[in-house]
Design a protein around this ligand. Structure first.
Ligand SMILES: NC(=O)c1ccc[n+]([C@@H]2O[C@H](COP(=O)([O-])OP(=O)(O)OC[C@H]3O[C@@H](n4cnc5c(N)ncnc54)[C@H](O)[C@@H]3O)[C@@H](O)[C@H]2O)c1
Length: 267
């Protein structure tokens, strides 16, 4: 996809968690193409090294930090190092996530805790670490990647609950730190075809085709659909947007697409 970049993004520093693959990788590639200075926090060293090498080879200013977001000291140390290496963090994207597709009865406490550790506690710790610098500079944009699951029941119980908490954190940060010109928004994606789906694709190879009928725009999403929204919220084109749930879902949450023909009797 060709993005329209806001010119002020060039030279701006952005940190993206989970940037080694899928949506995060697309964000890294787009930010690098916009001439931003990009830092990636990623636990998978193989994917991290590959992403950094590929984007550096095309002129991107991209630096990777191996970080397990389940470990507080690694988060705190990495963000301190990035602030030292880059001078400041202007945009922070909480993108990394863990998805446990089990229901209430099948979920284990271990998986529940891991889901919350990566999806909720890690963004809290990251935000806590970047806020002082943003407050000191009276400027910052924090972007949390949420999910439509947090707006209505679409499966994956612990994932849903952990992301709903992240949606709430967005509001508390936006309201409390707005006076410091810090914006915090949640992007709310619908189904995006990424590697996290592989296990489910293996079980049901037509899963995206089956899901299409729920999407008024007739397809599931692509990583670029979410990345375009990230670049917008990172830019000065969104100066009065904060505390929002920025829904990027092909129309899913607007209604039950397969239902209305039944209601109208035309199905
Ligand atoms: N794919 C979808 O259908 C979809 C839908 C709605 C929302 N989202 C959200 O979009 C974001 C990206 O999703 P995706 O499909 O690209 O996911 P993905 O699983 O493909 O990528 C997640 C990345 O996070 C990294 N990560 C996981 N645990 C980590 C840890 N402990 N420390 C550091 N890095 C870690 C992974 O290594 C991976 O690179 C997530 O927040 C997800 O909840 C995705």
């Amino acid at each position: 996809m060709t993005y329209q970049f806001a010119s002020e993004l060039a030279g701006r520093t952005i940190v993206i968690t989970g940037g080694g693959r899928s949506i995060g990788r697309e964000m890294v590639a787009a930010a690098a193409a916009a001439k931003m200075k990009v830092a990636i926090l990623e636990v998978n060293k193989v994917n991290l090294d590959k992403t950094v090498a590929e984007l550096k080879s095309t002129g991107g200013d991209v630096t990777g930090y191996v970080v397990d977001l389940e470990v507080k000291s690694q988060i705190v140390d990495a963000i301190a190092k990035i602030e030292k290496d880059f001078g400041k963090i202007e945009v922070f994207v909480n993108n990394a996530a863990f998805h446990d597709a089990e229901d209430m009865l099948a979920s284990t406490l271990e998986m529940w805790n891991k889901t919350f550790a990566i999806n909720t506690t890690a963004p809290f710790l990251c935000i806590q670490a970047v806020l002082p610098g943003m407050i000191a500079r009276n400027s910052g944009s924090i972007i949390n990647i949420g999910t439509v699951n947090s707006k209505m029941m679409i499966g994956s119980d612990s994932y849903t609950a952990s992301k709903a908490a992240l949606h709430a954190i967005t509001r508390t940060v936006a309201v409390r730190y707005g006076k410091h010109n810090i914006r915090c928004n949640t992007i709310v994606p619908g189904t995006i075809a990424t590697e996290v789906w592989q296990e489910r694709i293996d079980r049901n190879p037509t899963i995206f085709d089956n899901l299409k009928s729920w999407y008024p725009l007739g397809r599931v999403g692509k990583p670029s659909d979410i990345t375009a929204a990230v670049l917008y919220l990172a830019s000065d084109q969104a100066p009065w947007m904060t505390g929002t749930e920025f829904v990027v879902d092909g129309g899913l949450l607007a209604g039950f697409a397969p239902m209305y023909p039944m209601v109208e009797g035309s199905d």
